[in-house]
Design a protein around this ligand. Structure first.
Ligand code: COA
Length: 256
């Protein structure tokens, strides 16, 4: 069985490629597990000087696998434990994290970018965090990081109304470092990662530690996780996931 995540190390750049393009790189428990293992072990691997996250196909990622959410909502599964390891590994990662994003980045596809140090968007990138539309709450410390980054008003609209933010706007709001034509995306992200890989690793690590407080981020993730786990088991959430499976709009007005 493939785990749908490809790992390559070239010239100090450890590339993590989401490789489930037929499902728009929707993230499963197995994929989170491989991502978490890779990010955690990179901390002890001097040859991994920079981490680069990218997605195969026309989209960065459609976010968490909705089928796996639905299994929890209907009591058929206890849920993913690896997702917690994955988001915590992002919060604690001391290596520079670079992301290359094309097409849609939904849910955790966008919230993981808040943990990346350099974000390159293709001109067709679209960021969205439709947690409330799925009867859920923001995760990956995004309830803290998103308002800090773009201001409360914009963050609330992204979370509560699921507004999609196009690449150019994301750049203006400080969610990204560059917007490039789609066919230049990989080259630009690799060029930036290569520059970082040549910088002194100790100074990069110390700078990142000064700029990001891993403990505070993990504490926020824990608070979010409690709400998320509760919301996942509500009638609202069951309606959201059933609607996705049935390819229809959810009707929350009928849910008590
Ligand atoms: N989980 C599981 N499967 C997903 C998925 C997800 N998050 N997103 C897409 N897929 C699957 C679709 O079910 C479809 O599978 P099928 O070919 O077996 O029917 C396949 O990927 C292609 O998706 P499709 O919806 O046909 O592509 P699209 O280009 O029309 O739309 C999206 C892309 C991302 C807009 C749409 O798939 C979508 O809204 N996905 C859900 C996003 C989401 O809510 N994520 C959770 C965030 S917390």
């Amino acid at each position: 069985m493939t785990d749908h995540v490809r790992i390559e190390n070239t010239a100090g750049i450890l590339t993590l490629t989401l490789a489930r393009p037929d499902k728009k790189n929707a993230l499963t428990d197995v994929m989170y597990g491989k991502l978490a293992d890779t990010i955690e072990s990179a901390e002890f691997d001097p040859s991994a000087r920079v981490l680069l996250i990218r997605g195969e196909g026309d989209m960065f990622t459609a976010g968490n696998d909705v089928g796996e959410f639905a299994a929890v909502a209907t009591g058929k599964s206890e849920g993913s434990r690896n997702v917690i390891r994955f988001i915590q590994s992002l919060a604690r990662c001391t290596r520079p994290l670079v992301a290359a994003v094309q097409g849609r980045a939904v849910g955790v596809g966008t919230t993981m970018l808040l943990h990346c140090d350099l974000v390159v968007l293709a001109d067709n990138a679209q960021l969205s965090t439709p947690f409330v539309s799925l009867a859920l709450v923001p995760e990956a410390a995004s309830s803290l990081l998103m308002p800090m980054r773009i201001g409360h008003a914009r963050a609330y609209e992204m979370f509560a109304l699921g507004e999609t933010v196009p690449a150019k706007t994301a750049l203006e709001w400080g969610l990204a470092n560059r917007v490039v034509p789609l066919d230049k995306l990989d080259a630009e992200a690799t060029a930036l990662a290569t520059r970082l890989a040549k910088q002194p690793a100790g100074a990069l690590t110390a700078t990142k530690r000064l700029m990001r407080n891993g403990d505070a981020l993990v504490a926020q993730m824990t608070a979010e996780g409690e709400q998320f786990a509760k919301r996942l088991r509500t009638a609202e959430a069951r309606e959201a996931f059933m609607a996705f499976a049935e390819r229809r709009a959810p009707d929350f007005t009928k849910v008590a």
